[in-house]
Design a binder for this molecule. Structure first.
Ligand code: NAD
Length: 359
């Protein structure tokens, strides 16, 4: 029997509730497919600040580096809103991404037919988009600063305190994420949309140039381009026509929330962050620590359970176990199981049990 090492970071708020659901589902799905797991729990986020004085202890990163994959709940909460910015719980996420070399963020926005009525859009019957977001470059990591400017606006007003953030992308960074986009499109419906702002941004023009150069190597994939402002409209107008979207860090951050919302609830959205082949990937729900419902048993565990399914598929290559989980989730939804975020009143534990019984 094959045994995989999984680092589990429950984190804060509802994080521990939803990760324990996903671990229970992984154990059962694994036993049905002759796979075993060795889970190592470690701290990151607010709970690590309380315990060790820092959001990402070196020991946590070590455990993650020596695992086959990482499953994370969520970090943060109002208790840590006023700590020093360099110690905020969210720093743990940046530290994990940098420490594990995770440069590609996969966010599927899949509408379950059974939940179509939960979508804020009318008449959307199907939607299955994979957003591939560059994760370690661009404006979030470019040069930034604040300075006092003595220059003036045309009307003579002195500019005063001025801040800047810089979007910078290299050929190497763009090429590796575009190649991922092409490969995912090949494995899906063979359509890749590069979203950029090439009408105004030099960096976007480099993305387009490289995409056009790579395209002949993926003759089975249809490549098209959309400006980000148009894409945000088309996601609302014709969501079912998209297959894979590849884009920069900031555009992906915004568009993946928009696409996710169309599917119904944030409690349903999984994600994966991946690095070079052979390095551990990190899997987590898109939602945060939901402090407003933490400890009430109301959290929807499906986003984390579906993240565990992605972990099996993308890091371990265990597609049968992954398919088993996805089918069980669909079946639980088809049988009417709903937590409060998707219009029902069952608890985290009842939803978890419903999925496990259908594996
Ligand atoms: P949130 O995603 O935690 O919650 C937003 C709303 O969605 C809340 O009403 C919450 O109850 C609901 N919700 C979220 N997940 C749910 C689930 N599984 N089931 C049912 N309802 C769910 O976002 P927020 O309130 O803006 O942030 C709360 C904290 O989480 C903040 O400290 C924030 O920094 C942190 N956060 C962490 C991550 C992460 O760890 N990756 C991501 C986003 C926010």
């Amino acid at each position: 029997m094959k045994t995989y090492k999984i680092a589990v970071i429950p984190g804060d708020g509802i994080g521990p509730e939803v990760t324990s659901s996903a671990v229970a589902v992984l154990k059962t799905a694994g036993s049905l497919e002759d796979i075993a797991f060795e889970f190592t729990e470690c701290d990151a986020g607010g709970c690590a600040i309380d315990r060790y004085g820092e959001p990402l202890p070196a020991s946590t990163l070590d455990v993650c580096r020596n695992s086959d994959a990482v499953l994370l709940g969520a970090v943060g909460g109002p208790e840590w809103d006023n700590v020093d910015p360099s110690l905020r719980p969210e720093r743990a996420l940046l530290g994990l991404r940098a420490g594990l070399g995770l440069y590609s963020n996969l966010r599927p926005a899949l509408m379950f037919r059974e939940l179509a009525s939960a979508s804020p859009l009318k008449n959307v019957e199907s939607m299955d988009i994979l957003i591939v977001r560059e994760l370690t470059g661009g404006i979030y990591f470019g040069k930034h600063g604040v300075f006092e400017s003595s220059e003036s606006l045309p009307d003579g007003t002195v500019k005063g305190l001025t801040a800047y953030d810089t979007e910078e992308y290299s050929t190497a960074e763009i090429t590796r994420i575009l190649m991922e986009g092409f490969r995912y499109a090949q494995a899906r419906r063979k359509k890749l949309t590069l979203v950029d702002k090439a009408n105004v941004l030099e960096s976007s023009r480099l993305w387009r140039k490289i995409a056009n150069e790579l395209a002949p190597s993926y003759p089975d994939v249809a490549l098209d381009f959309l400006y980000v402002d148009n894409c945000s409209m088309q996601l609302i107008n014709r969501p079912s026509t998209f297959d894979v979207i590849v884009t920069s860090n900031m555009f992906g951050d915004i568009l993946s929330d928009e696409a996710g919302m169309i599917t119904g609830s944030i409690g349903m959205l999984p994600s994966a962050s991946l690095g070079a082949p052979g390095t551990p990937g990190m899997y987590e729900p898109v939602h945060g620590s939901a402090p407003d419902i933490a400890g009430t048993g109301k959290a929807n565990p499906l986003a984390t359970i579906l993240s565990a399914s992605m972990l099996l598929r993308w890091s371990l290559g265990e597609t049968a176990a992954s398919d088993r989980i996805e089918k069980a989730v669909r079946s639980a939804l088809a049988d009417g199981f709903r937590t409060s975020d998707i219009g029902g009143d069952i608890s985290t534990e009842e939803m978890t049990r419903a999925v496990i019984e259908r594996l």
